[in-house]
Ligand binder design. Sequence first.
Ligand SMILES: *Cc1c(COP(=O)(O)O)cnc(C)c1O
Length: 436
Amino acid sequence: MRDDTRRWIEADQAHCWHPFTRQGDWCAADHEPLVITHGQGSWLWDSEGRRYLDGNSSIWTNIHGHAHPVIAAAIRNQLEKSSHVSFLGLTHPGAVELAQQLCAFFPPHTLERVFFSDDGSTAVECALKMAAQYRQQSGAAQRHHFIAFSNGYHGDTLGAASLGGVARFFERSNGHGYPVIRVGSMNELRALPAETVEKSAAVVIEPLIQGVNEMRPWPPGMLADLRAWCDATGTHLILDEVMTGFGRTGKMFACQHENVVPDFLCLAKGLTGGTLPLAATLTTGTIYAAFLGAPERAFYYGHSYTANPLGCAAALASLEVFQQEQTLELLQAKIDHLRAGLAALKAAHPMVHDVRQCGFIAGIELRHPDGRKFPSAWRTGEAICLAARTHGLLTRPILDTLVLMPPLSTTHAELDHTLAALDAALTEIPDVISGH
Ligand SMILES: *Cc1c(COP(=O)(O)O)cnc(C)c1O
């Protein structure tokens, strides 16, 4: 191990605290954390000079590859003008242009207002606060509950976390946030008593596919049905497209697959192409109008770095790259290529129990060949991902579901590399498992 690597690891283990991490394992003597020093395209390099394909787009954020020259130049250019402008009482060209371009993805007079914040959690947090305050200011203060889906994930700040349905993450904060009514399906939603619906401000959902819930797609048509139910009951629809936004599902936004326009749209992760933290909550003119008039009707919410100009420059550059590189046009063939590769992987490995794909997002669930789940203490998903690392692929599992979500710029040859690394890892792993 190089001296630098050793020094970084020791200092990290002495002073850093990582998200969603069992720090005891992280700091264990036999654990060698990877120190990532740079990236290029779909690849990341560690401090030992080894390269890996970025199989989960650096936690679902990267869109056009790392160190993209157009995005890097836009950030550099903006840095020389200003790295921050307060959006409280001032504005700046990047935010204005970005807001305009985001609204232009939707039909006129639908989503036409953009509220900027910093990350996926705050994008959701904003939508919840707006939806609740809207009811207070439109004579329906009793509608202050939210309807959320079982096993959903909407971020980690308190309000967003209260909607989350993944018990192992959220049971500790349950009871601290918004009052939530949880349903598992459209049928359960339709079966809610009228008095429950009448106290609900909005329904929140990850459209098309739940991410943290081991990559579980919704049945086709469900989103359009949900929109119709919301219209019929006067409930707002909040779409959390923090993961699915910016091409991940094959269209720019997941809601476009079912011609649905929500009342609130939450965007973050891929907004800047995966370069800087920036988020946006889009909403309609009708909702916005309820915040006009008396001073106390204003939306008193914001963060210091709201609409940060570097982030806005990166986001505008990312949208430009979508055009220049025909990202979505070229993606369709990659989605098909991925589907064929995953089918071959499933056919070759009895451990592959299920493959769930939505556009360029895939979850590969591992189980015993007879269909039983592996004991969670075996951490089979983690073991496979560690094995895949030695074959040049970085990704993280969710329990025993391997996540594959490379940058949209990943080439067919790089997809082949990705699948070959998984194939090799799955071929080796039975030894690890038989060690139990
Ligand atoms: C990642 C994610 C969030 C939270 O975003 P952060 O930027 O991590 O705060 C919210 N919703 C969904 C669907 C996500 O995938």
